[in-house]
Design a protein around this ligand. Structure first.
Ligand SMILES: Nc1ncnc2c1ncn2[C@@H]1O[C@H](COP(=O)(O)OP(=O)(O)OP(=O)(O)O)[C@@H](O)[C@H]1O
Ligand SMILES: [Mg+2]
Length: 350
């Protein structure tokens, strides 16, 4: 696959963060050209920036592009590996210890290889929310970043030379969001139309400062690239909404096959859903939940009840200028109540 094709495909799936893609792609190309440095990972990236802008989504979409499957990512959710015995789930415990060999450690060579594919032998590993990592996890991470290898509990070693390592920081994201939006009085109807150059510089500074403050220099020195994600513009949020809707539409086709119904929507509906499910402060963080609650769950119910049957054409329409809109079906589903309840639950509106 040509690099330009990779980039084009990735941009379609990861919206509005081209600067991140442009930083990561050269590392992948170097590896594919067999010209990367030995005893180093393919590349390691520290992602920070406002919430809901695609940091966690980055390795997932890359897996889709490289391997044809978003699930080809080894995800270490750092928050869940606090205690030492939990770190043992990653590297295993020495022979003779209780629990030894009960399960295959997550960072064993076998598990790393399992997320590569025939198309591409790069394994993508995500350490999500590393600011919540325990001291033991930190030591482990430093080892990996240093020599691209890790000794496991049973004395075997895992090789990370064909791994792309992503690390995301949530702490930074909360701080940055607060600085970006705090006091400026953006409300959810007032969308960001993209950053000015000045704001971009400020955002970079904020991002880097949040890392320098929160993490040790020895960690910082081992990072190949720090990438500060940008808040998404209204147009980008609409594009993401369209992406998520098309995923649901094809999911329905894939799962139901010849019993499937057709999901139709025009630009107006996409726009309305994006207004409900995204905003400048939370990015697309609540989008999937919004779509589930407003559209997907009622659709499933309608299908179960027989209101929507195989071959039905379900058109999502927007009913008026406010938040009321319905799924137009042979019989119409009213989702207003679900909507109000959801918006309050999720804290999007008070
Ligand atoms: N740039 C983007 N391109 C495509 N989808 C996106 C993008 N940003 C967010 N999304 C959508 O929003 C969801 C949440 O994004 P993601 O988990 O990547 O946020 P995040 O930046 O990791 O935020 P947090 O700091 O809160 O963890 C994704 O699953 C995806 O559906
Ligand atoms: Mg995240």
């Amino acid at each position: 696959v040509k690099s330009t094709e990779l980039v084009a495909k990735w941009r379609k799936n990861l919206v509005g963060q081209n600067h991140a893609i442009d930083v990561i792609i050269p590392y992948i190309n170097r590896y594919r050209a067999n010209l990367h440095m030995p005893r180093r990972t393919v590349g390691n990236f520290f992602l920070t920036g406002p919430t809901g802008t695609g940091k966690t989504r980055t390795p997932e979409t890359l897996a889709r592009v490289l391997h044809g499957d978003e699930r080809n990512v080894l995800v270490i959710n750092c928050e869940t590996f606090q205690a030492d015995h939990e770190v043992a789930k990653l590297i295993g415990s020495p022979p003779g210890y209780l629990g030894h060999k009960e399960t295959i450690p997550m960072l064993s060579q076998a598990k790393i290889n399992a997320v590569s594919s025939e198309e591409c032998n790069i394994s993508i590993i995500l350490f999500d929310e590393i600011d919540k990592a325990s001291a033991a996890l930190w030591r482990m991470l430093l080892n990996i970043l240093d020599k691209a290898e890790l000794r496991l509990g049973d004395n075997s070693t895992s090789d990370f030379q064909n791994c792309l390592i992503f690390m995301t920081s949530n702490k930074g994201s909360v701080e940055i969001s607060r600085e970006l939006y705090g006091g400026f009085g953006f409300d959810r109807k007032e969308r960001f139309d993209g950053l000015t150059d000045q704001a971009k510089v400020k955002l970079e500074k904020l991002g880097r400062r949040s890392i320098e403050d929160g993490f040790s220099p020895e960690f910082f020195n081992r990072i190949d690239e720090t990438i500060v994600y940008r808040p998404l513009t209204q147009n980008e949020l609409v594009a993401i909404t369209e992406l998520e809707l098309s995923k649901i539409a094809s999911h329905i086709q894939d799962r139901l096959g010849k019993h499937a119904f057709l999901l139709e929507y025009g630009a107006e509906a996409v726009d309305a859903i994006s207004k409900l499910g995204t905003d400048s402060r939370y990015g697309a963080r609540f989008l999937k939940r919004t779509i589930d609650k407003l559209l997907f769950n009622p659709l499933c119910n309608a299908y179960l009840d027989g209101d929507v049957t195989s071959g039905s054409v379900v058109t999502i329409i927007r009913q008026d200028e406010t938040v009321n809109w319905n799924v137009a079906l042979p019989s119409v589903i009213d989702i207003d109540e679900a909507l109000d309840e959801f918006l309050q639950e999720s804290g999007v509106v008070q």
